[in-house]
Design a protein around this ligand. Structure first.
Ligand SMILES: [Mn+2]
Length: 294
């Protein structure tokens, strides 16, 4: 019996979703331990995949059908031990495995702390990397609730290991983080959400800070909650859709994006717009990467 709607990103037939022939691997990471307020990011990966199966696969902007490059959806990673240190090891190994096969890995969270091991695996495979973060929160605390691997610390860990950083859409941080930002030796651009509107000059600042190879991490709460209401800790005044896409299109054209993650979707039944935005965002990045290839 042929499966009409295989359970994978895009609802793709076997010839477009098999591991060997796919350029992209979607890796679901249903891990959630340290979220601060709303729960449910564990269900994020499933909701993104579900939405993607109901998405048109032609991209009008690039005139491509990006899934023709092959998008394999890996089995959900399991986290029998919820210990953050163990999570870091598990995720780093899994991502490194697919990087070793030459795949472009798209990690789906889950809480944002997952981005550190995903980034670390990419750094191991590619050497020095810059990071573009889209997020409402700076996530620069050194430790939180007793662990350095809390989601509120993820960018502190990543910035410590990255060569160039740009933080985009930020509008929420603690005094401790503001002090850290003020005192850091080699400042990177932090584009406050209120700056990310009007003309696109802010994108130049973000891109100028990034080296040739870049890892992209998207916390969905970087978008305005009118677009993405379903996140654990929404903040008003976030990014709009088209400016975010223009930034990502430029990033894919002007730099080599080596990997990405999309974190913190906390789906709410009956409110699927957030799920669809996440799915479309991923598919747009694939479209931009593929259009750069021609
Ligand atoms: Mn955030």
């Amino acid at each position: 019996m042929p499966e009409f709607y295989p359970y994978n990103f895009g609802g793709l037939p076997p010839e477009l979703s098999g591991l060997a022939a796919s350029r992209y691997v979607v890796l679901p990471l249903p891990y959630e331990v340290t979220t601060s307020y709303g729960k449910g990011t564990k269900l994020g990966p499933k909701a993104i995949i579900e939405a993607s199966r109901n998405m048109e696969l032609y991209d009008e902007e690039t005139d491509l059908t990006p899934c023709e490059a092959g998008i394999h959806t890996a089995e959900e990673l399991l986290f029998p031990a919820l210990d953050p240190k163990e999570m870091v090891r598990t995720v780093q190994e899994a991502v490194a495995h697919y990087l070793g096969l030459g795949k472009f890995v798209i990690s789906l969270g889950g809480e944002h702390s997952l981005s550190f091991p995903a980034f670390a695996a990419h750094r191991g495979a590619h050497g020095e990397l810059g990071v573009l973060q889209i997020d409402a929160h700076a996530d620069l605390r050194d430790r939180y609730e007793g662990t350095p691997f809390h989601h509120a610390c993820v960018m502190r860990r990543i910035t410590g290991a990255a060569r160039g950083v740009a933080q985009v859409g930020i509008r929420s941080l603690s005094r401790e983080e503001a002090d850290f930002l003020a005192e850091r030796k080699e400042p990177w651009p932090l584009l406050w959400a209120r700056e990310c509107q009007g003309d696109d000059g802010w994108m130049d600042r973000a891109l100028a800070a990034l080296p040739e190879k870049v890892y992209l991490t998207v916390d969905l709460d970087g978008f305005d909650p009118s677009l993405v209401p379903c996140t654990g800790t929404p903040e008003p005044g976030g990014l709009s859709w088209y400016p975010a896409l223009r930034l990502l299109r430029r990033l894919c054209r002007e730099r080599t994006v080596v990997g990405m993650d999309v974190m913190e979707l906390a789906p709410v039944g009956g409110h699927s717009a957030s799920d669809f935005l996440a799915a479309r965002l991923i598919y747009k990045v694939i479209a931009y990467l593929e259009s750069g290839r021609k």
